[in-house]
Design a protein around this ligand. Structure first.
Ligand code: DP6
Length: 317
């Protein structure tokens, strides 16, 4: 039976996506801007089968463990393309569903593999649109480097290559467990219950424009300020959702304060955090080694990883 493999990397949003305009096709309510990471990789292998099967990190998923998002996505895919029943085997070399964008990398790898297996010959834009239907952040993992996802179409566009500004990221893992509330459910709740949600929507375009300009001119301080602001606004919305979405733990907060102190002392570093307690410290090449050493010694930090910027999703034949 025919079989193909594709890989994709997680991405980290510097200007965050939180909230949907429409659940059909996963249209975001705000623009977002990300960096694609190197070295963390999702690999998806597809084999034609007699019925759909999903294997995650070597374990067949059935019953409650079956991924609803994936099932919904396969229906969406088959309404548009002729795709046979598949065995989908996905492997992540990083913790799944702990705020490290595993679904982004997973769906980007999946659509790239489907394109190859079924000889769909989709354009990068069409792949990004398809990946978005799986998880909106996955639309960004189709491309490498600095990536924008803006309306009205919300397909990924390249803002700059990784060579333009080879930033580095120190990921500090503070908990390897699965998050208790998924992003999809969390953002739906925020839209209905957070009193700050409308302000979040109103200010997102300005953050996006500011971050894009900072990347183009390689202005680290400007990118640091707007990225931390976008992250803290998203977490303010999360924390004022009812019931509250509190993704941080004490180590996350300690790392935030440490990173702010370091920047005040002139070190090139800023933080960002997604729907989980891990800290992502964005650095320049000059600062990455010292930031990694300092974060590794923080109480509650279990491990750290230094990661450069990554390339696009790729089929492996
Ligand atoms: C906090 O893309 O996982 O990481 O579109 O519902 O699948 P769905 O959500 P998802 O949300 C990511 C949210 C975030 C911020 C970001 O990556 O922009």
């Amino acid at each position: 039976m025919a079989s193909v493999r594709a890989t994709a990397h997680p991405n980290i949003a510097l200007v965050k996506y939180w909230g949907k305009k429409s659940a059909a096709g996963n249209i975001p309510a705000v623009p977002s801007l990300s960096i694609t990471l190197d070295s963390l990789t999702a690999t998806t292998e597809l084999t034609e089968a007699t019925s759909d099967q999903f294997v995650l990190n070597g374990e067949e998923q059935s019953g409650a463990a079956k991924d609803e998002k994936l099932t919904r996505f396969l229906s969406y895919l088959r309404e548009r393309h002729d795709v046979p029943p598949l065995t989908i085997s996905s492997t992540n070399n990083f913790p799944t569903a702990a705020g490290l964008a595993s679904s982004a990398a997973g769906f980007a790898a999946l659509v790239t593999a489907v394109d190859q297996l079924c000889a769909l010959n989709l354009s990068t834009k069409a792949l990004s649109e398809l990946a978005r239907a799986g998880s909106a952040s996955a639309a960004r993992s189709i491309l490498g480097g600095f990536v924008g996802l803006t309306g009205p179409k919300f397909v990924a566009e390249s803002i700059a290559t990784r060579e333009h500004w080879p930033l580095q990221v120190v990921v500090a893992i503070t908990n390897t467990g699965k998050k208790s509330v998924s992003s999809t459910e969390g953002m739906t709740r925020s839209a209905v219950t957070s009193p700050y949600y409308s302000n979040w929507l109103d200010t997102a375009n300005a953050d996006y424009d500011r971050a894009r300009a900072a990347i183009q001119s390689k202005n680290f301080t400007e990118l640091a300020e707007v990225s931390e602001h976008s992250c803290l606004k998203m977490h303010a919305v999360m924390q004022t959702t009812q019931p509250p979405l509190m993704y941080w733990n004490p180590a996350s907060l300690a790392c935030i304060q440490k990173i702010q102190n370091l920047r005040a002392q002139g070190v090139d570093v800023f933080f960002t955090i997604d729907a989980g307690p891990q800290i992502k410290a964005v650095c320049t090449q000059n600062s990455v080694d010292s930031v990694a050493t300092i974060l590794a010694q923080m109480p509650g930090v279990l491990s750290i990883e230094k990661i450069g910027l990554g390339g696009p999703a790729q089929a492996k034949g």
